[in-house]
Write a protein that binds this ligand. Structure first.
Ligand SMILES: Nc1ncnc2c1ncn2[C@@H]1O[C@H](COP(=O)(O)OP(=O)(O)OP(=O)(O)O)[C@@H](O)[C@H]1O
Ligand SMILES: [Zn+2]
Ligand SMILES: [Zn+2]
Length: 798
């Protein structure tokens, strides 16, 4: 038999199938297995993507060396999917295959220096243990090693490591009958106290075995020595067994779950979805429900329906909505049958959750973007909550969109897909318009309460409180009133740090990152000017670095600064800040939300992190400090993003008994995105924005592909960009629009200049192939330091 392998080198030359002979002892190898193969002088990891009886290869095939896992980590469905995705997203197939596995399962390669000659074998250098060449940084040692290699005293071996570890635990089980234990107890010497204690415990808890070592020690009060001698005497059997690290162990499920009576709208939507689940139709539903309309309840009921039919369900939520609240809700409903996958888990937990899924031990998977690759079989329903979230698109290669993957998997599994949102992406809503998706609406809040009233404050003509021009008198007054009533407030400012740029009032100098075309953000807590793209940081200047003037200003308010202002203005208020800087540590995110949920703070101030999905009944006021932070970005979807962010954050107010209120501060009160957000009227925004997109020839009227060309030398980038454009223009239709090349809006990042070409088209049968050709030629120009990135349906054009 012959195995078709994709090897673990992400490069054009190796982005194809290599064939290997399967030796007899590795006959268990299957499609989806990870294997090791000889490749040149190296040993590489690879994935089996097919098996065949014969090969067209002329020479002798090499043998597979090793099969890594007992069970192939990837299902045949995922192997098939990897081929499609590699083609559509212009990525190497190996990159897709690896993206499908939890990070711990991706191989780690080490270069190990091993001695050959006897002289070398005696050297102290080799007495220290394995020498990993990727870790040697001492210049003297490096040159010494080079000499050894030149003289053939040593060679390099490649070691592949698997970081994923199974957790093992001692387990004790009983070997005798209860009566036999009683007999032994009676014959024991008086002073064998510990043994007696253990036997009493065994007799009294006879049915509670087997037990884990930690539990047994704790419950019986005896130490390991007593257990070991009990094993020797044949009273107990000790076995090493595999245990799962359970990330949900602390999630309380005790709250009694009173069953909710669905509203009429929920009921109607559910009925249609359930019919598709029962009939196993690959129908996509767009569940458009206003904030607080109870979409989650619809998902959970639909999942139940799938389980009733002996099917499994996969639910995606944005990373940020994997709140304890949400996970607890799902766990309450489905108990041990669920697995969660998200970046907040430790590597071990992630590995274990993933294996439980692969082994078919769970029926419901809830996770963030990459969970769309969960190796779940027999899927009867897929749900994507907050489907408009741009985080469902991976911004690095492989640039897949979880929504597209979900559609593919829904077809493969013949099961429905629910896309849910209060503010659907324009693309999805347009598809529903055309009947590609079935539109289901939940027009009212589940508890019949009205959506909150939204007040717009024009920052051009308001009275500010304090000497900073950030907080209007009205907003501050409203905050005070709510706190006095013991209610809670959410404040949104989608900009982290203290000030977003430093400006010299004498010479106009703006302090920029030396590597990127971006201004540096001032961070007061770390006392640094930081680049939010590449991480560059430097001290906060006292005077202008350009003209030495002392008249420098820090402008563009960020969350840190507002926090400080509020602390001065409302000294008694308890506040929490949530942004990238306060949530870096593992668990920090959960801690902040838990704390706010327990009303340990009056105000939660944060970036877009706090805008979506949260359900805090005591929040009655939502304030937006500055609605304009994303409005003038050079993205075609800046209005959509702004409308969505404002409508979502407004939806956090007044979700329970108490009425909610929203105050939005803006310099652009007449902008349509802000006006429609005021009434939270998605449908009217949709109609208006569709006209704008039509006029601008943008998605969803046109498909778009973004080609970015990058290099250290700007001239080279520009020259190559024009070449590509001309080449494409000759091959595409007249109706297709090619914009650029032009320097990207942020024209330099990490010392690379970026030029871009935007292709907008309605129908181009050959485009995919042409783009692949461009990508192939990119390999040739790579030696000049040029890189080409192709982004299908980009979310951001910067
Ligand atoms: N049929 C119902 N009757 C009463 N309350 C309900 C019903 N369905 C849902 N709820 C409650 O309404 C609240 C809002 O529901 P949920 O969080 O699912 O809304 P949502 O549509 O997901 O909103 P958002 O888009 O803002 O996240 C929850 O507290 C939920 O328990
Ligand atoms: Zn200056
Ligand atoms: Zn930078």
């Amino acid at each position: 038999m012959i195995a078709q392998i994709i090897v673990d080198i992400a490069a054009k030359q190796t982005d194809r199938i290599f064939e290997y002979h399967i030796p007899n002892e590795l006959k268990e190898v299957a499609v989806g297995s990870r294997v090791f193969v000889p490749f040149g002088s190296r040993k590489l990891q690879g994935f089996v993507v097919g098996l065949s009886q014969t090969s067209k290869f002329q020479g002798k095939l090499k043998d597979l060396l090793l099969v890594v896992d007992e069970q192939p980590p990837l299902t045949t469905e995922l192997v098939d999917l990897s081929k499609i995705l590699a083609n559509e997203n212009f990525s190497y197939r190996i990159s897709i295959l690896k993206a499908m596995l939890p990070r711990v399962m991706r191989a780690n390669y080490r270069k190990i220096l091993t001695p050959i000659s006897d002289k070398a074998k005696r050297m102290p250098l080799f007495k220290r243990g394995l020498i990993d060449l990727t870790k040697v940084d001492d210049a003297k040692e490096v040159s010494f090693i080079h000499k050894l290699l030149r003289n053939h005293d040593a060679k390099i071996e490649y070691l592949v490591e698997n970081r994923a570890q199974v957790k093992m635990q001692n387990n004790y089980s009983l070997l005798l009958s209860k009566n036999e234990y009683i007999k032994i107890y009676e014959t024991l010497r008086q002073n064998a106290q510990k043994q007696k204690q253990l036997l009493i415990y065994i007799i009294e808890n006879f049915t509670k075995f087997p037990q884990k070592q930690v539990d047994l020690e704790q419950n019986s009060g005896v130490k390991i020595a007593t257990l070991t001698s009990a094993v020797k005497k044949g009273w107990l059997k000790k076995e090493l067994t595999e245990v799962y690290r359970d990330p949900l162990i602390d999630v309380a499920t005790s709250k009694s779950q009173q069953s909710i009576k669905l509203t009429v709208a929920q009921d109607e939507a559910l009925a249609k979805i359930n019919r598709a689940i029962d009939n196993q139709t690959a129908q996509t539903f767009l569940l458009e429900g206003v904030t607080g309309s109870g979409k989650t309840e619809v998902y959970l009921n639909a999942i139940s329906q799938a389980l009733t039919n002996d099917k499994n369900a996969l639910m995606l939520v944005p990373e940020i909505s994997l709140t304890p609240q949400m996970v607890a809700q799902v766990k309450q409903r489905f108990g041990q049958q669920i697995a969660v996958l998200h970046s907040g888990l430790s590597e071990g937990e992630l590995y274990d959750e993933w294996r439980r899924i692969r082994r078919g031990e769970v029926h419901v998977v809830v996770g963030a973007r990459s969970a769309i690759f969960a190796p779940l079989k027999n899927i009867g329903l897929i749900v994507i909550d907050e489907e408009h979230e741009s985080s469902y698109k991976q911004e690095d290669t492989p640039r897949y969109h979880a929504r597209d993957v979900a559609i593919w998997r829904s077809k493969y599994n013949s099961c429905p897909l629910i896309l849910g949102s209060a503010t659907p992406s324009l693309v999805s809503r347009a598809r529903a318009q055309k009947g590609v998706y079935q539109l289901l609406k939940l027009p009212e809040r589940a508890n019949k309460k009205s959506l909150p009233k939204v007040k717009i404050i024009d920052l051009k003509q308001t009275n500010f409180i304090g000497d900073q021009l950030d907080l209007s008198a009205q907003l501050l007054e409203a905050i005070k009133t709510r706190i006095a009533k013991k209610e809670q407030v959410i404040l949104l400012l989608n900009r982290r740090g203290y000030s977003s740029f430093m400006l010299c009032r004498d010479c106009g100098y703006v302090m920029k990152c030396p590597n990127c075309d971006l201004s540096l953000t001032m961070h007061k807590d770390t006392a640094k000017m930081q680049c939010h793209y590449c991480g560059y940081a430097t001290a906060i200047p006292q005077k202008c670095p350009n003209c030495q003037s002392l008249k420098i200003r820090f402008l563009g308010t960020g969350t840190q600064k507002v926090m400080q202002e509020l602390e001065t203005l409302l000294p008694a208020a308890r506040m929490l800040r949530m942004d990238v800087d306060t949530t870096r540590r593992k668990g920090a995110f959960k801690k902040i939300l838990d704390s706010f949920g327990h009303h340990e703070a009056d105000i939660l101030l944060g970036t877009q992190m706090i805008a979506k999905g949260l359900d805090f009944p005591n929040v009655t006021l939502v304030g937006v400090i500055n609605a304009d932070t994303g409005l003038w970005l050079p993205d075609y979807n800046a209005s959509e993003r702004t409308f969505e962010l404002l409508t979502q954050v407004a939806g956090r107010a007044g979700r329970a008994e108490k009425k909610g209120e929203v105050i939005i501060q803006t310099f652009n009160p007449d902008h349509y995105a802000i006006k429609f957000a005021q009434t939270q009227d998605y449908e009217r925004f949709y109609a208006y924005e569709m006209r704008m997109r039509h006029a601008g020839n943008y998605s969803p009227y046109f498909y778009t592909v973004l080609i970015s060309i990058a290099a250290k030398n700007e001239q080279n980038v520009a020259r190559e960009a024009f070449k590509i454009k001309n080449w494409l223009q000759q091959r595409l239709q007249r109706t297709t629009i090619i914009l650029g090349p032009a320097p990207s809006a942020v024209s330099r990042l990490k010392n690379q200049y970026y030029y871009q070409i935007l292709v907008k088209y309605k129908k181009e049968a050959n485009l995919n192939q042409l783009l692949h050709q461009i990508q192939d030629s990119a390999q040739k120009i790579k030696k000049y330091g040029l890189n080409i990135y192709i982004d299908n349906e980009p979310e951001h054009i910067i």
